[in-house]
Design a protein around this ligand. Structure first.
Ligand SMILES: [Zn+2]
Length: 289
């Protein structure tokens, strides 16, 4: 496998590798410099991606890597983590609890946090927030001085999944999909941050954060009210068909430009079924409790 690792500058102290995810089963990879040391954001997957990313990160900032931060417990983000064994593993408590049972932390120095963790150095302030939503332990990193948010899989942007959201499974029991209410709460929290860029877990960097967040909030709210009214009409999951709104409409437009239309439409159907199932199960359950 020939791999290209290519961290690119986002702001003075931050960088992102968008390229690696396009050809591997990895996530977007992020990096922050705090003057004396750097922080890796997600490790990619598998180990050799983690190793290549680390090498690239060390030469990019010319600093030792002190922390590996995991946005959440899914394998495309953590599969390369053993390349960072000498660094401190920073993750939310819920992410730690949601790691696969086979994960051993015995050789790691770990720094689990419940709601929030802050690193301050050289007048730079980096905040880690647990938000949930996509998965039980999902967390984000906010580089305050430079207006950067690494949001993990709270966001998927083009060209991945047509930019449609994906509420992932929890790793451990009970095996459930993510939480749309936590997503919405997180989006509102991000709206109050002063942001220049949002780095998603998959896809391209968002350079119009406020507009993008408004779109996501509107889309989630529309899906929510649609699904709730279908549930109230006692529709089954199979009977429900998602309306062509917001990002779904955009996705259909994108498909019109693709060459392998029927294959792409099948993939789109799979994506839409996941979204439908996630919202349906969540709101059906919250209605009955
Ligand atoms: Zn992911």
């Amino acid at each position: 496998m020939s791999l290209m690792f290519k961290l690119e500058k986002l702001s003075e102290h931050t960088a992102v590798d968008i390229a690696t995810q396009m050809t591997t089963r990895s996530s977007v990879l992020g990096a922050i410099s705090l003057g004396k040391y750097s922080i890796a954001i997600d490790s990619g997957n598998p180990l050799e991606i983690g190793q290549g990313f680390r090498k690239n990160l060390e030469s990019y900032f010319n600093l030792p890597v002190r922390y590996l931060f995991l946005t959440h417990a899914h394998s495309d983000h953590r599969g390369g983590m053993n390349a960072f064994k000498d660094a401190t593993l920073l993750l939310s408590q819920k992410c730690k609890e949601n790691m696969p049972k086979s994960t051993s932390f015995s050789k790691w120095i770990i720094e689990p946090f419940v709601d929030k963790f802050v690193l301050e150095e050289n007048n730079l302030s980096v905040e880690f927030h647990h938000v949930g939503g996509h998965s039980l332990g999902s967390s984000v990193v906010h580089v305050l001085n430079e207006g950067i948010l690494y949001a993990g899989d709270l966001f998927f942007t083009e060209p991945i999944n047509f930019g449609l959201p994906f509420l992932g499974f929890y790793q451990s029991n009970p095996r459930k999909t993510g939480n749309p209410e936590e997503c919405l709460a997180a989006f509102h929290k991000f709206k109050s941050m002063k942001l220049d860029y949002i780095v998603p877990g998959h896809g391209e960097v968002v350079d119009n954060p406020q507009e993008y967040l408004d779109e996501q909030i509107e889309f989630f709210n529309s899906l929510k009210s649609f699904i709730i009214s279908e549930i109230q009409e006692n529709k089954t999951l199979e009977e429900i068909e998602l309306p062509k709104i917001g990002q779904i409409e955009k996705a259909y437009q994108i498909i019109q430009t693709k060459s392998q239309k029927s294959k792409t439409l099948r993939f789109m159907d799979t994506m839409l079924n996941w979204i439908k199932k996630s919202f349906y199960e969540f709101y059906k359950e919250s209605k009955s409790t």
